[in-house]
Design a protein around this ligand. Structure first.
Ligand SMILES: [Zn+2]
Length: 432
């Protein structure tokens, strides 16, 4: 994506064109018309990550009010979108103000609402109260008139706001995937809504507590990765900093669960993938590039040729089982509800990996047992009998004191990747 400097006459011409289109839509539809654009001062009207966030906000507008017609204009002179709405202009204006104020990044948007014409121009519904400046808390109009902050400072502040927004989204995807994983029920031998599986020292509340405790550290890891691009850090140096954040996350998890390791694997794997997401966004790459970027982090600190197992093996090999599981959940979810898709996917993971948790508690024979059971149940071919068989499998796992925690980590990470795909990458960079 190219970022091109625009001259003042070009800006004026573009604005005129936009206003003419607003007027056309008002005349044609005789209804409330919304015009949304991003408000960047200076000669760059499209900034890094702005188109992605613009697309996300288009979706928010579409979800917040009934829209009869909408169109989006992508341009280096500034992206904008028109929405012809069914509701009355005051109701739409109230909703658009709420959107602008719903999160920090909303401050970068101008969502204007028009109804009818006035002196041959679209009549704008005015907002209540003044918008605040991005940098200080004074009214925005005051700072822009006095040019209080300088174009460069405002621009870099705007980009930082977008990065914080993306880091927040990533940490929300991570948190939601941890909750989805633990709530997936039934899960043989694992903590779920039915029981504590083969665990006596933790229950579902331990997972709720630790998920909440580690959520901010996914944000920190994502933001640190953004910063590494600003500061031209090497992958190795970035990884060192991420490891420190990971250790802090572990401490927070231990303190939330009073000393129980609930999600150490998830801190590591989903943490790496979170940073992979940022690296992919910074390089303007697609969803498929995430695993390789995350892999490059792990390889940067790998010493010698020591063979690896479990989560580390997965990371060093660009997360093959996690990606396979992401695809399987998506396919299964076409025919089954999300919970059952995850239950079935978990059984399939048992066939894919040597779960180190199962090995530790049950040895080789434990691993063989888990495999045989998963294989037998999968022969029910995703019918309702399958869920009943999983309940029996759960009881047998508890009796044998086996817990496939490694499989659960793969499931959580696969759900994370699905969340990232749906909530970030489907909004794409590439639309022109
Ligand atoms: Zn200010």
């Amino acid at each position: 994506m190219e970022y091109i400097a625009i001259s003042l006459p070009e800006i004026m011409e573009h604005r005129e064109k936009r206003t003419m289109r607003t007027a056309e839509l008002i005349r044609k539809h005789q209804s409330t018309v919304v015009c949304m654009s991003m408000n960047f001062i200076g000669e760059y009207k499209v900034l890094k990550h702005s188109r992605l966030i613009f697309n996300m906000f288009c979706e928010k507008v579409l979800r917040s009010t009934q829209v009869r017609f909408h169109e989006v204009e992508y341009s280096t002179f500034g992206d904008y979108a028109h929405f012809v709405c069914e509701e009355n202009p005051e109701a739409v204006k109230a909703k658009m103000c709420k959107l602008e104020e719903s999160c920090e990044v909303g401050r970068l948007f101008d969502i204007d609402v028009y109804y009818g014409m006035e002196n041959d121009s679209p009549a704008k519904i005015s907002r209540e109260g003044l918008r605040k400046c991005l940098i200080c808390d004074k009214p925005a109009i005051e700072c822009s008139r006095s040019r209080a902050h300088g174009i460069e400072a405002v621009r870099s502040h705007s980009i930082d706001i977008m990065k914080r927004h993306l880091a927040t989204l990533i940490s929300e995807c991570a948190y939601d995937s941890l909750i989805s994983e633990v709530e997936t029920t039934p899960k043989p031998g694992l903590v779920d809504k039915n029981n504590n599986g083969s665990h006596t020292d933790m229950n579902i509340n331990s997972f709720y507590a630790s998920s909440l405790a580690i959520k901010p550290f996914y944000y920190d890891m994502a933001l640190e990765t953004f910063k590494s691009f600003d500061n031209n850090l090497s992958i190795f140096e970035l990884m060192r900093r991420l490891q420190a954040i990971g250790r802090a996350a572990e401490t927070a998890m231990m303190s939330a669960t009073i000393g129980i390791n609930t999600q150490l694997g998830a801190i590591y794997t989903i943490g790496l993938l979170s940073c992979g997401v940022v690296m992919s966004l910074e390089h303007s790459q697609c969803f498929d590039a995430i695993p390789n970027y995350a892999q490059s982090l792990v390889l940067s600190v790998k010493v010698g040729d020591i063979p690896s197992f479990g989560a580390r093996f997965e990371a060093e090999n660009a997360f093959p089982n996690i990606l396979a599981t992401t695809r399987r959940i998506q396919i299964l979810n076409n025919e089954h509800n999300f919970n059952n898709s995850c239950v079935f996917a978990l059984l399939e993971i048992m066939l894919l990996i040597d779960d180190t948790n199962v090995l530790r508690r049950g040895g080789e024979s434990g691993l063989i047992f888990v495999r045989e059971q998963a294989k037998r149940i999968l022969e029910f071919n995703y019918s309702n009998e399958m869920l009943k068989a999983v309940l029996d499998f759960d009881n047998e796992m508890i009796r044998r004191n086996l817990s496939p925690g490694g499989c659960a980590d793969i499931l959580a990470a696969a759900i994370f990747m699905l969340n990232i795909k749906q909530r970030i990458f489907e909004y794409g960079y590439t639309q022109k």
